[in-house]
Ligand binder design. Structure first.
Ligand SMILES: [Zn+2]
Length: 319
């Protein structure tokens, strides 16, 4: 592999047909006037389209997507590929370096997409990222994980009323899909707004590489490549069918203290089941939390110390 070239914007013509190239895309300059560059991997097959975009670490501490992209590229048969794959292993450069979720001005990049041309620090970063990369894609898979102090099942957020995003979601073979119309400000929503079908993959836990999660992520991306006829591989579906939730929400604590969550990821709960208990620092029970309705546990807190308003668990409601 030759030294990655520095470029200003993704341009299909930079990569010869049937080859893989790495690039640094210049986005902004930092306070030293040094360039801040996003790494991209491009695999251009025998035919140019469609262009499938894969993005990871929009939240700087969400790492499982990085090896998914790396492994995918290491396994591509470039002579058989039809179309182009663009992998962005890290979107949020300053926060990846600091191992933080939010951008370095404290803003969540996944709330301000597609950014603003003459905006503030995070807005202009989001804008240039979107213009230089995302707008060139025909499809987008955005890879995330749970946030710090929480754990997730392997789940997908997608608009299940849109036929293409529904299909992309089903192909992931995830444990769970949450129907979620593309909401404003997310990368998924901004892509959707310019007619790029996009889904969000929540691949496990932050700040770590999880082998099983990474493997599941790769199978899902491979399935999408087959579905888009970019490869001739067979679609591989999991033995356990995906649970589809029509909606989901978080349950929060209404007092502070030391929280213990008693249910497991993917556990089905019935209305009235004990979910969690809160104790004070002397060990006295302050409060118990019960399931408000039947559902399934998508994600949960693993962080005991909670102020009033702490997250307990993410409950999915199955149709
Ligand atoms: Zn995220």
């Amino acid at each position: 592999m030759e030294e990655p070239k520095i470029i200003q914007e993704f341009n299909l013509a930079d990569t010869p047909p049937k080859s893989i190239r790495h690039y640094w895309v210049e986005l902004i300059t930092d306070g030293m006037n040094n360039p801040m560059r996003v790494p991209i991997m491009v695999a251009r097959g025998a035919q140019d389209y469609p262009i499938l975009g894969l993005t990871a670490a929009v939240h700087g501490n969400e790492l499982n997507g990085i090896p998914v992209i790396q492994r995918l590229f290491s396994e591509i048969d470039i002579n058989e590929l039809k179309g182009t794959i663009v992998g962005v292993p890290v979107v949020n450069i300053p926060s990846f370096i600091r191992k933080k979720r939010r951008f370095n001005d404290g803003v969540d990049l996944n709330h301000i997409m597609p950014g603003k041309e003459n905006g503030n620090v995070s807005q202009v970063y989001a804008y240039r990222f979107f213009q230089k990369l995302v707008k060139h894609f025909d499809y987008l898979l955005d890879l995330h994980t749970a946030s710090l102090g929480r754990v997730n099942s392997y789940y997908v957020r997608a608009d299940m009323k849109h036929p293409v995003t529904r299909k992309l979601a089903m192909l992931q073979g995830a444990q769970l899909i949450v129907h979620n119309p593309p909401s404003d400000g997310t990368l998924r929503g901004a892509a959707h707004a310019i007619d790029i079908p996009a889904i969000t993959l929540e691949v496990g836990n932050p700040n770590t590489f999880q082998r099983k999660m990474i493997k599941s992520g790769i199978i899902g991306v491979d399935n999408v490549l087959s579905y888009l006829e970019m490869t001739d591989d067979e679609i591989e579906m999991p033995a356990v069918p995906t649970v589809i939730c029509e909606k989901s929400y978080w349950i929060y604590t209404d007092v502070g203290g030391l929280l213990r969550v008693h249910v497991d990821l993917m556990q089905a709960v019935k209305k009235g089941d004990l979910l969690a208990s809160m104790r004070d620092i002397f060990g006295n029970l302050i409060k118990e939390y019960f399931a408000p309705e039947d559902g399934v546990v998508i994600g949960k807190s693993v962080s005991p110390v909670n102020q009033t308003g702490g997250r307990i668990l993410h409950l999915g409601i199955v149709k």
